[in-house]
Ligand binder design. Sequence first.
Ligand code: PLP
Length: 406
Amino acid sequence: MLDVNRVRADFPILSRQVNGKPLVYLDNGASAQKPRVVIDAVTRAYSDEYANVHRGLHTLSNIATEKYEAVRGIIARFLGVADERQIILNSGTTEGINMVAYSWAMPHLQAGDEILLSVMEHHANIVPWHFLRERCGVVLKWVDTEPDGSLDAGKVIDAIGPRTRLVAITQLSNVLGTRVDVRALCHAAREKGVPVLVDGSQGAVHAAQNLDDMGCDFYVITGHKLYGPSGSGAIFVRNERLAEMRPFMGGGDMIREVHKDCVTYADPPMKFEAGTPGIVQAIGLGAALEYLMDLGMDNIAAHEDRLRDYAVERLSGLNWLNLQGTAPDMAAIFSFTLDGAAHAHDISTILDKKGVAVRAGHHCAGPLMDHLGVTATCRASMGLYNTEAEIDTLVEALELAHDLFA
Ligand code: PLP
């Protein structure tokens, strides 16, 4: 079981005040705070062990290379991937999905081919496919959510047609908190010969993963939501797909030989890691994932499930609060609007005065906002260090906001 007080002591920022009140940080879906081990790993990488990786033969370059390359193995362990050569380090989910669009989809897809998406995708898993629609005539097909905000994997599977060339789907909605049975989806899609990209930006934060068992073709993570540095991340690409991909960016590190009239490429994963990488960011991500694995992802998930149950109980007592997403197995991510004229931005400003940090807006999920018939929501998204007492503070601050706008 997670000792939340001990965990909170690991995060220096949690002891600060905001607007004269103790910080209640409920914006983890946007970005999570960093534990001391990550801050220390980043500081040490710059103060003691910094040099460029891969190209030097001097001591510091060797140390930096060793530390950087070790992160690949840590990510593979965190994601349940046996062959770490299937892990490409990058700056986060947005880069990962764009890489799939340019390296794999663009050379393979033709006008009229279809990409299947859910209506609850983040813009990072929509806009790169719109590029293909605009530039190559690829058709985007959408599967809607159910009234409780869940996504029926069976409906996604049924929507796979003869022209479907890729299913690109989130594992966990950043707005509704609902989880998708991506394992069932990947196995069914594989039988139909259709690759699946799983957006694990939120899913990997809240539950242990075993990608070898899940059977996805592509899986993206973004380090800053995993308690690591911004600008860090990775994509898992199954070996069969790696063999089909052409490099997305050209430059140093990804080549074997370069001459005036020809170039040959390094083997994957280096083939897809052009230029000087985010060395220190990656080292920080490695420290974050080791921290999570030491705590135990199952312990984190159990703690967050308790938070979810408590938050559902408290929030459902507010009959002027409209919760979007009520599926029973959802994560502790709550999007809501309040009855009356109060705009989500005004509500979040009032909450901020009470030290409560939430996000307000469309959450980079335009099609979902259209589907829900709202322009914006407030979102309280919880992480491993949140407490039931903080949910009480959220509810008190919401009552104040409601009184002000009633
Ligand atoms: N996908 C989901 C589900 C997200 O929640 C986010 C970030 O909010 C992203 C993709 C994009 O991540 P990043 O901006 O770190 O690339």
